[in-house]
Design a protein. Structure first.
Length: 365
């Protein structure tokens, strides 16, 4: 189970608690009303219902959610059937399944990983449909056990209608917030590299497409820098993958630090793959110039070259940590109008290759 699943189920704990308090208050109200109108069977039934919703607090706090959900479903469905038989269709009780179906599908979404929850929404939905039809047929052919004043029935209808609408509304509001939060997390996963917290290859492709469109319209241009960590395989093989991960994270932190002082607003960083990074800069020749873009890349290169990467981050390393041989070779290329993104990228890649041939730890413009 992920941290997010735990958060989501913790949130449902409070929703369950809220609904349980609401159901307890509602059935306490029904208990008093049925007592006042002398429908003794429903009065006794609601004594049982109130007792159930006092007991379900125990189930919620013990996190016996399966038992809680099933008990609530059974109580609501039996209650609405009995109430309809005793005081009639016009009381509004037959319409509770609409709210119940909404809540149970919301619950299914929260507990998607529980096998026991998979069949419950369908079972409840089918049961509710059959229940609704049978009750309608019954009330057409049979008069209620108690003939209640129309004014009282109208009040029942309004009260029950409001409760059902609130039930559906609250479930939809919370369901929507959970879904939106899920989408944000999925976008975050898709857009950002987990290790370095810079953009992914997929996301930088999207950004490049937008920059390319703008450049082809004769507005802001863009440039690409491909950065390769020199001898990264040697670092991994010699010092271990944990050290390799540390190096990649520190490189990205350094890049972000440089950009924060320069042209961060117009610059995007991505992990292109493995130990390769891509920096895409947009410039208009006024606010940001091509020369400024080149200076930023040079600053990043020199910053990494002078930074003291050590094994000190490792708990097993000695206090006098060994310095790691970390440097970057960078290939830079500015977009030429009429060229495709691939062509611009190819130019940067060729410059990167030239830098590698010249002995690495260099920026080739």
């Amino acid at each position: 189970m992920t941290i997010y699943d735990v958060d989501r189920q913790k949130k449902f704990f409070y929703i369950a608690l809220f609904f349980n308090v609401a159901l307890l208050l509602v059935h306490s109200t029904f208990l008093l009303v049925f007592r006042l109108i002398s429908v003794k069977e429903m009065y006794y039934f609601n004594i049982v219902s109130v007792s159930i919703y006092i007991f379900t607090f125990y189930l919620i706090f013990k996190k016996y959610m399966q038992a809680f959900i099933i008990l609530v479903i059974v109580e609501v469905q039996v209650h609405l059937v009995c109430a309809t038989i005793f005081i009639g269709w016009d009381s509004g009780f037959p319409f509770y399944p609409f709210g119940l179906i909404m809540v149970i599908y919301y619950t299914r979404y929260i507990y998607y990983d529980r096998k026991y929850m998979q069949p419950i929404p369908l079972i409840v939905s089918l049961t509710s449909i059959v229940e609704f039809i049978v009750l309608k047929i019954h009330t057409i052919k049979t008069i209620p056990v108690y003939i209640i004043d129309k004014g009282i029935l109208d009040r029942f209808m309004i009260f029950n209608g409001l409760l059902i609408f609130l039930l559906i509304m609250i479930s939809l509001i919370d369901y929507t917030s959970v879904v939106l939060e899920t989408e944000k997390r999925l976008h975050r996963i898709a857009d950002y590299d987990e290790l370095t917290q810079v953009f992914t290859r997929r996301k930088i492709h999207e950004i490049l497409k937008e920059y390319h469109k703008t450049a082809e319209k004769g507005k802001e241009n863009f440039c690409i820098s491909i950065m390769d960590v020199d001898n990264f395989k040697h670092i991994n093989d010699t010092f271990g993958h944990d050290t390799g991960d540390y190096v990649l994270k520190k490189i990205c932190q350094n890049i972000k630090s440089v950009l924060a002082q320069n042209t961060k607003k117009y610059t995007d960083v991505a992990r292109w793959g493995g130990d390769e990074f891509l920096i895409v800069q947009q410039y208009d020749g006024k606010t940001v110039t091509l020369e400024q873009c080149k200076n930023t890349i040079s600053t990043i290169h020199s910053n990494i070259a002078s930074y003291k990467f050590t094994k000190k981050h490792s708990p097993t390393a000695p206090s006098s940590a060994e310095r790691l041989p970390v440097s970057l070779t960078i290939g830079f290329a500015s977009h030429n109008k009429g060229d495709s993104i691939d062509e611009t990228f190819k130019n940067a890649d060729e410059n990167l290759y030239i830098g590698k041939e010249k002995g690495k730890n260099i920026v080739v413009f």
